[in-house]
Design a protein around this ligand. Sequence first.
Ligand code: NAD
Ligand code: UDP
Length: 315
Amino acid sequence: MISRKKVLVTGGAGFLGSHLCERLLAEGHDVLCVDNYFTGTRDNILKLLSNPHFEMMRHDVTFPLYVEVDEIYNLACPASPIHYQFDPVQTTKTSVHGAINMLGLAKRVKARILQASTSEVYGDPTHHPQEEEYWGNVNPIGPRACYDEGKRCAETLFFDYYRQHNLPIRVARIFNTYGPRMHPNDGRVVSNFIMQALKGEPITIFGDGSQTRAFCYVDDLIDGLVRLMGAPDEVTGPINLGNPVEMTVRELAEKVIAMTGSRSKLAFKPLPVNDPTQRCPDITKARTVLGWRPTVDLETGLGLTIDYFRGLARA
Ligand code: NAD
Ligand code: UDP
């Protein structure tokens, strides 16, 4: 028997947030989704709007929020480099003021609070694969800093609220995650490559494509977040969540071309400034502490994602 909780999901109309809302509703909770629709859409949550246990509130987390909830998942923040660099000052405000507001709310209502942090806190890592003890290699004044440093400062705030106010916190460091409901134009590598392949356009590889990433399917990631929230209070994290199967960006492009049967050719473009050269999570902690490991392999996950984007093109 699961006890019904009131759960706040900030950024709930986004890619990960909408999947999380769906999962929490399926588990029998009441979900309050807060989003300013900067990168999220009503379409992502359309089928949830008629659920009496789901409520949507248009709100910007850089402003205080007064609601009564038992748990908070703080996901509000644009995640794609194109979007977070569009208005970098607002990106930092969203991470920092957003964290202060949500932590203040959690403290007032005595709620557990989980922060969606990121592998970007490791910057362009000099240590590989990345485990949680690694402090990272971030350029504090580069074009990615609004996101990386904003997320690092949010982690600082979470741990200060934990030490100073004994707040039950959870910090998840999320590595590249993909799946249905990524925005088709959000500029991230998986959605870009699939859209380009389906349209027969050139596949844009930044740099020579030798930089590596490890890609996690959305359902696995959501399962990790829910397990982390449900873990005993001493499990604060930070804890890496990602699929540790590392590949180059070029290998990903070739896989997408093969799986879509596309005739697209590779087009090499300049590498963005401070683009991390090598990234892969060490998930020993998630495995041992949460009993979590990814279960969806790249082939299966990409297949589901390609089907989703094909469906969008037909709609
Ligand atoms: P997304 O852009 O699809 O979702 C972010 C959501 O936050 C959107 O719905 C957006 O409208 C909302 N938002 C942005 N600023 C806001 C504000 N000021 N107030 C209220 N809502 C606001 O991105 P996503 O991939 O779903 O990422 C969700 C979270 O997970 C983010 O915090 C991101 O940093 C983190 N994360 C994601 C990944 C990934 O690979 N998807 C990796 C690491 C970390
Ligand atoms: N990338 C690419 N072509 C694209 C989009 C991205 O080669 O059209 C590369 C990008 O330079 C990076 C990797 O793919 O090395 C992952 O990029 P993404 O923006 O998805 O996430 P990041 O891990 O950089 O935040």
